[in-house]
Every structure is written in structure tokens, then in C-alpha cells.
Design a protein around this ligand. Structure first.
Ligand SMILES: NC(=O)c1ccc[n+]([C@@H]2O[C@H](COP(=O)([O-])OP(=O)(O)OC[C@H]3O[C@@H](n4cnc5c(N)ncnc54)[C@H](OP(=O)(O)O)[C@@H]3O)[C@@H](O)[C@H]2O)c1
Length: 156
């Protein structure tokens, strides 16, 4: 089973020049807690944006290239989806735009930190039909004068 997890602005902003648009400690804590102990799947560009491998998680990177560092590199995304979609194991798709777009149709859950602000961005979370998901509010708050809520969207 695939779950997407992302922090997005009002216009679904994700990243700018290879980095995150918004930096909220509460979002980072939520991400760490939620993905802890799980497989995390990311695109090569998101991998390169990380200061280091994400601890206590199997780091799986999607790329057409080979390089060292990740626990696993996936070249064939279709095969990976076929093999893992029907499992009970929750596999977290952690970005960026290219990888969210590929996995969105197959994802059961979307964990979104929705930040009530906009900012310049060059990568965006894909649009999705909210009427097809059940929304559960996990928490909401404010940090650095930014209001945010964290919600889980689930599809049958
Ligand atoms: N706000 C958030 O929650 C969040 C989360 C994650 C990332 N981000 C941001 O998103 C931005 C990066 O997103 P992005 O869309 O530019 O890059 P990305 O999705 O992280 O990575 C794109 C790379 O993935 C590989 N790839 C994509 N489709 C593939 C396929 N079908 N088969 C094999 N490999 C494939 C390619 O790697 P190769 O070129 O090596 O072949 C491609 O260049 C950054 O700014 C990052 O900070 C934000």
C-alpha cells in the first residue's frame, strides 16, 4: 500500500531550486514520526536535496542512473508499483513532484501538511479530486506566523 506524504502551500507549492519551500519543525516532526521504521521512496532529485540518508528507514530512490548511497535504486517504477501496491505494508512516497505524480493514482493515503501561505516554487503537488477521499484532520497549529493543518486523505 502506498501513502504519499508532503508539505504543501496554498497553491500546492512543494519546492524551489531543489529545496523545500516551507520549513516547519512541527511538519518535520510529523514526517519523522509517521515514516519512522518504514520504507521511504523518493525521486533522485529529492534524494540529492537531503543532507543525509533518512535514519531508521529504508531509503529507496527512483532514478534511471546508478550511484551509491541509497539502500535501493529503482529503475523500473511500473514493476515496483505492481509488486508493492497490494501489500499491507505501508510504503511512504516522499516526493518530489515527479514521483508524487506517478504514485498518486495508486495511493491509498495522502498525509498533507497544508500551509496557509503561498511562495515562489518550481515544483508542485499534483491536483487530486478531494471528493474521492475521506479527510481526517490530524492536527492544526501555527509556527513562524504560518498557519497549517495536517490532514490524512484516504481513498477506498
Ligand atoms: N514539500 C514537500 O513535502 C517536498 C517533498 C519532497 C520533495 N520536495 C521538493 O521537490 C523538489 C524535487 O521534485 P522533482 O519533481 O524536481 O524531482 P524528484 O521527483 O525528487 O526526482 C525526479 C527524478 O526522479 C527520477 N525519475 C522520475 N521518474 C522516473 C521514472 N519513471 N523512472 C526512473 N526514474 C525516474 C529521475 O531521476 P534521474 O534524473 O536520476 O534519472 C528524475 O530526474 C525539490 O525542490 C524538493 O525539495 C518537496
Amino acid at each position: 500500500m502506498f501513502s504519499l506524504i508532503a508539505a504543501v502551500g496554498k497553491n500546492h507549492e512543494l519546492g524551489q531550486k531543489g529545496q523545500l519551500v516551507f520549513h516547519l519543525q512541527n511538519d518535520i516532526n510529523f514526517f519523522r514520526q509517521t515514516t519512522n521504521g518504514h520504507k521511504v521512496v523518493m525521486g533522485r532529485k529529492t534524494w540529492e536535496s537531503l543532507p543525509s540518508k533518512l535514519k531508521n528507514r529504508e531509503n529507496i530512490v527512483i532514478s534511471r542512473q546508478n550511484f551509491s548511497g541509497p539502500d535501493q535504486i529503482i529503475h523500473n517504477v511500473d514493476d515496483f508499483i505492481k509488486k508493492n501496491q497490494a501489500t499491507n505494508e505501508e510504503i511512504f512516497i516522499i516526493g518530489g513532484e515527479a514521483i508524487y505524480s506517478i504514485f498518486l493514482p495508486y495511493a491509498k493515503n495522502l498525509y498533507l501538511t497544508e500551509i496557509d501561505a503561498s511562495a515562489p516554487a518550481d515544483t508542485f503537488f499534483p491536483n487530486f479530486d478531494k471528493t474521492k477521499y475521506q479527510k481526517t484532520l490530524i492536527t492544526k497549529g501555527s509556527e513562524n506566523e504560518l498557519n497549517y493543518s495536517i490532514a490524512k486523505y484516504t481513498k477506498d
